[in-house]
Design a protein around this ligand. Structure first.
Ligand code: BTN
Length: 268
């Protein structure tokens, strides 16, 4: 058995038939090293594929940031899905992904872990960033999303670069031991197929969870709305809208505005 088959075996061990049909062995890609699993699946341009890497030489975060992780420590993967025909449902994908990843970590590590989602794409644990989600879309001929996820799993806090020490965290620091990354990945993909995919149309369970685990709720933040705008707008976050957009207001007495995307979000 080659390495890809061994990892696929470990990842798919507890899948039901629906997940095994959705991500068959031929659509699973394992890399000791690749540029970026998102770039690989974007080049491929096909739905229902999953790519996982031990190390990325050009891992990408949101807004063109780099995403760096030492080899064989963290979970670095991407999957591709066919998006629903109804475009208004597309903004639901980051929340659905974050929700499913949070449930996976609680199921596989500890149900009491205080995980929250920081709109739009971050997974927080105990007030620090545990992981991030990068959603990229191929609109035509059929709309496909490539969703990349990086989770700090077995890296230890002391191994983070100095600038991340105070703002990032890892599963290891909460579990006190290593977690099997393939078990996490398998559980996540199974949840994504069985519970995540139907949530595009029936968003209520995801939205209820995201609203009650909303890291930004009640916090004052500064938003840069567009890449070319100089100014930052100070607002208070007041919740999530029906499609997962951020609700904000200038102060408690001002009307609520709904924000679907921002260039930058900073804490005050
Ligand atoms: C962010 O918080 O900015 C999103 C980070 C997403 C990182 C993951 S790691 C696997 C996948 N491949 C990439 O190049 N990026 C995503």
């Amino acid at each position: 058995m080659n390495q890809t088959s061994l990892i696929y075996d470990a990842v798919s061990r507890f899948w039901n038939n629906q997940t095994a049909e959705y991500f068959p062995a031929e659509s699973f890609h394992y890399f000791e090293e690749t540029e970026s699993t998102n770039s690989f699946l974007l080049n491929q341009g096909l739905p229902n594929h999953c790519a996982v890497a031990e190390f990325q030489t050009a891992g990408r975060g949101r807004r063109g940031d780099r995403w760096e992780a030492p080899p064989k420590k963290n979970l670095l993967f991407s999957f591709s899905i066919r998006l629903p025909d109804d475009k208004t449902q597309w903004t639901r994908l980051p929340q659905i992904t974050g929700w499913q990843m949070a449930l996976t970590i609680q199921r596989c590590v500890d149900p009491s872990l205080p995980i929250k989602l920081k709109w739009p794409n971050d997974i927080y644990l105990d007030g620090k960033k545990l992981g991030g989600i990068l959603v990229e879309t191929i609109p035509a001929p059929e709309p496909i999303a490539v969703v990349g996820i990086g989770i700090n799993v077995n890296i230890q806090n002391s191994q983070f670069p100095d600038e991340l020490q105070a703002i990032a965290t890892t599963i290891y620091s909460h579990a006190g031991c290593e977690t099997n990354r393939w078990f996490l990945l398998g559980d996540f993909l199974n949840g994504m197929v069985n519970e995540g995919q139907p949530s595009f149309a029936n968003f209520t369970p995801c939205l209820d969870w995201a609203r009650s685990h909303d890291f930004l709720h009640g916090k004052k933040v500064k938003l840069k709305k567009h890449a070319d705008s100089e100014s930052l707008t100070e607002v208070i976050c007041s919740g999530l809208g029906e499609n997962g957009e951020l609700l904000v207001s200038a102060d408690e007495d001002s009307p609520t505005q709904s924000i679907s995307s921002v260039e930058q979000l900073l804490f005050c």
